[in-house]
Design a protein around this ligand. Structure first.
Ligand code: PLP
Length: 393
């Protein structure tokens, strides 16, 4: 039965990880992989996660199935973290999902059931996996302008203009914060303008929040979600706890839907649970209970906020350090977008040929678009990095 299959194309990032691993040069630097790293180059389990996991092991009485919607305490805590008091909770529900990707996949099925002929407008560029994940589920995707690769700014006017011409009823996929790959987020005024167009044109916001707490703060990173939730009749929000809780492989996320009224909320809720039943039946429990224990315990929550602030602070610090090193080593070039961007990612802004030379000649690894993960930078490698970049410019 498998004789007609061809090998699937290799994932660019996974290929890069393998190449970096096999590189014997001690000074090699990995700016490709999409996980947070400490100054020691590690992606550790957060201390607060260890504490909560211990508590879970000591107290959990059963591993019997939970329902399609997952853990109610987790769902309530994620809803509060995401929306605070921005909208009428009688129109809103939140379910647990297997990571941000699982949440997006459930959302895709929901959209297809509700409005199969709608298009989903996605930023140009967007997270590489948005396209196969949502497109592969059967959604029609269309691009809106977002990142100006020359000037390293958001093309806000062109974005608004494109959305002004989108057919009523279409969805707009937005990154709540730490836009992946560009690292550039709309300002609060930009978000207000985006919301104006969404309301005027009767579009539906579909917000992907994979990095809450990685840009500025838990509250301000949720500005887009909360502002829209106060203004639109319907919206979809996907959350991931992979980055902000460091729970990558435990697959923790949530999906929230705001409906026009309580009756519609109940209908959508039943449809979403039915979608889950037909895909993975019930979500994985462990990581979600850990998040629930943390968010529902004031002491653990405070400890988590501190660890999150430390991750955010390290990213900020490395951006400044990197830009300073480039000012010194490559004074004729402007890399100031590195410090205007937030979160883990941004484009370095070099050509694919320069990316290839950085890999071959210096063991500096990044994806062809020159998207870099700031968490791969340390005080020890930043000068080597800047020297390598200066050499290929
Ligand atoms: C923009 C964006 N959305 C969603 C995800 C999905 O995260 P996960 O499925 O690991 O929770 C990621 C992960 O890199 C992301 O960058």
């Amino acid at each position: 039965m498998f004789e007609n299959l061809q090998p699937a194309s290799a994932d660019a990032i996974l290929g890069l990880i393998a190449e970096h691993k096999n590189d014997k040069r001690p000074q090699k630097v990995d700016l490709g992989v999409g996980v947070f790293r400490t100054a020691a180059g590690e992606t550790p389990v957060l201390d607060v996660v260890k504490t909560a996991e211990q508590r879970l092991v000591d107290t959990q009485q059963s591993k019997a199935y939970i329902g399609t919607a997952g853990d109610p305490d987790f769902n309530a805590a994620m809803q509060e973290l995401t929306f605070a008091d921005s909208c009428d909770t009688a129109r809103l529900f939140t379910i647990q999902a297997p990571g941000g990707s699982g949440s997006l996949r459930v959302a895709a099925s929901l959209i297809l059931r509700a409005r199969a002929d709608a298009s989903v407008w996605v930023s140009e560029p967007t997270w590489a996996n948005h396209i196969p994940l949502l497109g592969g589920a059967g959604l029609t995707l269309k691009p809106y302008p977002y990142y100006d690769t020359e000037k390293h700014v958001i093309r806000i006017e062109q974005m608004l203009d494109t959305l002004r011409h989108a057919p009523a009823g279409d969805l707009v996929l937005l990154h709540a914060c730490c836009h992946n790959p560009s690292g550039l987020d709309p300002s609060e005024d930009d978000w207000r303008a985006i919301a104006d167009v969404i309301v005027e044109r009767d579009l539906v916001p579909f917000i992907d929040m994979a990095y809450q707490g990685f840009a500025t703060s838990l509250a301000s990173d949720a500005f887009a979600v909360r502002h829209m939730a106060g203004r639109v009749p319907e919206m979809i929000v996907s959350n991931s706890c992979s980055k902000n809780f460091g729970l990558y492989r435990d697959r923790v996320g949530s999906l929230s839907v705001l409906a026009a009224d309580t009756g519609a909320r109940d209908t959508v809720y039943s449809q979403v649970n039915n979608v889950v039943r037909t895909i993975y039946s019930v979500p994985p429990d462990h990581g979600a209970v850990v998040v629930s224990l943390i968010l529902n315990d004031p002491e653990l929550k405070a400890a988590w906020r501190l660890e999150l602030a430390a991750m955010r602070g390290r990213l900020r610090e490395m951006r400044v350090l990197f830009n300073d090193a480039l000012i010194e080593k490559a004074p004729d070039h402007d890399f100031s977008h590195l410090v205007r961007a937030v979160g883990m990612f941004c484009f370095l802004g070099v050509t694919p040929e320069q990316v290839a030379r950085l890999k071959q000649e210096f063991g500096v690894y990044m994806v062809d678009s020159s998207r870099i993960n700031i968490a791969g930078i340390t005080a020890n490698n930043v000068n080597y990095l800047a020297d390598s970049i200066a050499a290929v410019l």
